[in-house]
Design a protein. Structure first.
Length: 254
């Protein structure tokens, strides 16, 4: 393990190493094409003592209607005393893919990736605002999906026509997440603390490839558990920049 920057943990890679849903819910694209939502993905671990400040920031971001905030728990710190119950290899793989595309020499926690174009630890509001501003400048128009679901029924994803950059189709990705978890940690770097995590992704999968024409897809209801949030990311091929995103979720209280 190598530490490159205070306040985060790093691993070398590459060559060098709420009210419940009602009977029907929908999330429509905003009326202004530049008003988002914007995607913020936090790569975190309950085994990392540097992560709780970023987890708290993500909790605040999760309350904003213009942000799709997602928490991906990685598994590479599970050996240092506490096995994160929400960590999974697929979450770690997603972070490694971003590291490749964003030309990082290492992965680290906490890491916030904003709209697939910029990354920082995300432990301060100022750094997050700067990342958001940079992402918004790169994506002034959005392909925001419309999401519709009847309680316990399938999810319908709809996209209007949009001119894609390049020849490769975009990826339509589904992320299903638990809104909040509070976990007492008896071992490891966070011994004795109760950790609050927000929008914890439990399932992520590619729904379809999209060529920019008007389209819709239906996702079977067995992908979702009661009370979970649903996010759809529209992203340039191979972990490129976000083209749009949206969410459906119950509120959380407490």
């Amino acid at each position: 393990m190598s530490t490159f920057t205070p306040g985060r943990r790093s691993v070398l890679i590459g060559a060098t190493a709420t009210a419940a849903f009602g009977t029907s819910v929908s999330a429509a694209p905003p009326s202004e094409p530049s008003s988002g939502p914007w995607a913020i993905e936090l790569f975190t671990s309950q085994g990392c003592s540097s992560c709780p400040p970023a987890d708290a920031q993500l909790g605040k971001l999760s309350e904003r209607p213009d942000i799709v905030a997602l928490s991906f728990h990685v598994d590479y710190w599970d050996y240092i005393g506490w096995k994160d119950p929400f960590a999974a290899r697929v979450m770690t793989d997603r972070q490694h893919a971003y590291a490749r595309v964003l030309h990082q020499r290492y992965v680290y926690t906490p890491e916030m990736v904003v709209d697939g174009v910029t990354h920082e630890p995300g432990v301060t509001r100022a750094s997050i605002d700067a990342m958001l501003a940079a992402a918004q400048r790169q994506s002034p128009t959005r392909a925001t999906p419309r999401l519709e679901r009847v309680m316990d029924g399938p999810l319908t994803i709809t996209l209007a026509p949009f001119k894609l950059d390049g020849s490769a189709p975009a990826d339509i990705t589904l992320a299903v997440y638990d809104r909040r978890h509070s976990t007492p940690v008896p071992r490891g770097e966070n011994t004795g603390h109760t950790l609050d995590n927000f929008n914890v992704v439990r399932r992520i999968e590619t729904v379809a490839k999209w060529d920019g024409s008007a389209a819709s897809w239906i996702v079977a209801p067995d992908r979702f558990q009661p009370g979970q949030g649903i996010a759809v990311l529209v992203q340039h091929h191979d972990y490129g920049s976000m083209i749009g995103c949206n969410k459906l979720e119950p509120r959380i209280t407490g």
